[in-house]
Design a protein around this ligand. Structure first.
Ligand code: ATP
Length: 301
């Protein structure tokens, strides 16, 4: 029986390794299939990011020729400042972040970083300059250490721990029996949405990008998790040019500028105070959210 057990055990091991490989590969392919939409120009230089200013100039975009999604969107985020993009579902908020990361090319207008059209530089250098904290992070089937260090391969344990502390996930990891060696993902420990997001924040802190895209989670988190995430996000956003795709207005109050997007057009812009005083769409959205927070039962009904 032992003789049989060994090869079977081996087979199980090989199967698991292949399956793990497939999961990671699927993620790669998903990314690569998007990459095919754009290509580097021959001899394109790397992006130079001395400051980190981001500008959209009359940007137009359509996923399909018959339906315009962005209809001439312009904004400028000075280096180190923050822009929040709010607006109804389907307005085109996430599309803006996809264009900045150059998953797609604008069909009209220009996207500039420190004055360089992002179509003229290499995609690798562009993506190295931008950190993304997505709504739902997909973790690799590997250890927590690997998942954080992915932001900067070769990072030391101290650097990893420092990033994890800033992202408010270190204490959680330290309490696990295997600590940073705990395996996560499909084959390992299942992390909650909030924990996964904090791992993603730690990864981004380690990557240390000049420009940051925060795609806020739509799903409601409990108040404590929400506060921890907000404080982790503030840590990662400090001194970086930050674009936040906001779903809850409570998180945009401190943004240097807020743009309200509706059907691919910027309909209002200004600070929170400006926009409340203007008494337009933003002010109405704000009043509506405040009402829902006061009466959660009524909002859920
Ligand atoms: P939400 O708040 O719901 O996340 P959003 O403002 O971020 O919405 P986008 O994700 O930018 O909206 O989408 C804008 C429009 O583009 C939507 O009508 C959506 O259906 C469409 N769209 C998004 N991705 C694609 C795609 N890959 N192919 C075709 N249409 C798409």
């Amino acid at each position: 029986l032992m003789q049989l057990y060994q090869p079977l055990n081996m087979l199980g091991f090989v199967y698991r390794e292949i399956k793990q490989g497939l999961t990671d590969m699927e993620q790669m392919f998903r990314l690569m299939s998007v990459h095919q939409e754009v290509a580097d120009k021959p001899g394109a230089p790397p992006l130079a990011v001395p400051h980190g200013e981001v500008a959209f100039e009359e940007v137009q975009f359509a996923y399909n020729a018959n339906r315009q999604i962005l209809k001439g969107v312009s904004f400028r985020v000075p280096a180190g400042r923050s822009l929040a993009i709010v607006g109804p579902t389907g307005a085109g908020k996430s599309t803006i972040s996809r264009l900045l990361f150059r998953f797609y090319d604008a069909t009209g207008g220009r996207v500039l970083i420190d004055g360089q059209d992002i179509r003229d530089v290499t995609q690798d250098s562009l993506r190295a300059a931008i950190g993304v904290v997505p709504q739902d992070t997909v973790l690799f089937n590997d250890t927590i250490r690997y998942n954080i260090a992915y932001g900067r391969p070769g990072a030391s344990q101290e650097e990893i721990e420092q990033a994890a502390r800033l992202a408010q996930v270190h204490d959680f990891v330290a309490r696990l029996p295997e600590g940073y060696d705990t395996r996560v993902g499909e084959r390992g420990l299942k992390l909650s949405g909030g924990e996964k997001q904090r791992v993603a924040i730690a990864r981004t802190i380690l990557k240390n990008p000049r420009i940051l895209i925060l795609d806020e989670a739509t799903s409601a988190l409990d108040t404590r998790t929400e506060q921890e995430i907000q404080s982790a996000l503030r840590a990662v956003a400090r001194n970086r040019t930050t674009l936040t795709i906001a779903h809850r207005l409570s998180t945009v109050v401190d943004a240097d500028e807020i743009i309200v997007l509706d059907h691919g057009v910027v309909v209002e812009r200004g600070t929170h105070t400006d926009l409340l005083a203007a008494g337009g769409i933003y002010a109405r959205m704000w009043a509506m959210q405040a009402e829902q927070q006061d009466q959660p039962e009524a909002a859920a009904a």
